[in-house]
Design a protein around this ligand. Structure first.
Ligand code: PMP
Length: 288
């Protein structure tokens, strides 16, 4: 199990990897990133992640390197780390310059790839489900840094997770949008099941359009599982029969308690279990 870093065009050990204190990623969170997981030894949905990375970069006017350069950096770093399963963090920062907020003052994109052991949830977490807390910190307004942009500026989510952990030692924080409806987790999307129907908030609420979220929706549609995208109130989430979260490193993960109260029967429900199995099948088949 090892960590390897691709920086300045070469792969190195983590202790050898250094960024400038003038790098705008460090100074301002002026960066975008992706987390890609491997499944059954191969990158899962890497193309979708790289498309989103390019879209995030474009939205903040950050010049992305050619796709092939990023793909090569990822492949070299994953190979050097040689983990059974990896978590791949791809970062683009606007680079180092003068202490000048103006993004036009620098055009020196830095590509950094960090490969870690995957660190997926444990078997027990998948079997018993995890806890979440609905926190008071709201998700960023789409009129500020749009949550659809996966920027390195995660302080809001950092503080949200801190609140959830401090208040009730919850595994994940659920943030609401400015309108009070449920938005998403600090690093995950959230779904509920009610009357056999799977529901999740629409992108218009102000969320990251998760790659795993999209796969879960596709699986519902392909398998005749009723699905709808619509605004969800915190009370609806608390009263749901089943709740689950999705993300690249977790896949589909059941939630069995919200603010220390059980969801439904307090165990992962049948629809969640079905989607977990379908997602595992998809991962086994592989998605480029
Ligand atoms: N929302 C947020 C805020 C996230 O950080 C993540 C993790 N990248 C997700 C949702 C899940 O997205 P994905 O399925 O693409 O990992």
């Amino acid at each position: 199990m090892s960590i390897r870093v691709h920086i300045d065009g070469a792969v190195c050990l983590p202790e050898e990897a250094k960024v400038s204190i003038f790098d705008r990623g460090f100074l301002y969170g002026d960066s975008v990133y992706e987390t890609i997981g491997t499944a059954y030894g191969r990158l899962f949905a890497a193309r979708d992640h790289l498309v989103r990375l390019e879209r995030s970069a474009e939205r903040i006017g950050l010049r992305a390197p050619p796709r092939a350069t990023i793909e090569r950096a990822i492949a070299d770093t994953v190979a050097a780390a040689a983990n059974p399963e990896s978590r791949v963090r791809v970062i683009l920062t606007r680079g180092a310059g003068k202490l000048d907020l103006d993004p036009a003052s620098v055009d020196d994109t830095q590509l950094i790839v960090i490969v870690f052991p995957l660190g997926a949830p444990t078997a027990e977490m998948f079997e018993k489900g995890v806890s979440v807390a609905i926190v008071s910190i709201t998700r960023n307004s789409p009129l500020a840094i749009d949550p659809a942009v996966k920027s390195g500026n995660y302080l809001n989510n950092v503080l949200a997770l801190g609140e959830a952990r401090r208040r009730c030692r919850a595994y994940e924080a659920i943030l609401c949008a400015g309108d009070g409806s449920v938005a998403e987790g600090s690093t995950s999307n959230v779904f509920l099941v009610s009357g056999g129907e799977v529901r999740t908030p629409p992108p218009a609420v102000g969320i990251l359009d998760g790659i795993t979220r999209a796969k879960a929706i596709e699986l519902c549609r392909a398998n005749q599982i009723p699905f709808s995208e619509r605004r969800i109130s915190p009370a609806e989430l608390r009263g749901a029969e089943e709740v689950f979260i999705t993300s690249a490193t977790r896949g589909v993960l059941p939630v069995t308690s919200i603010d220390e109260k059980p969801v439904g029967a307090g165990v992962p429900g049948p629809v969640t279990r079905r989607l977990m199995a379908l997602y595992d099948e998809l991962a086994r088949r592989g998605v480029d």
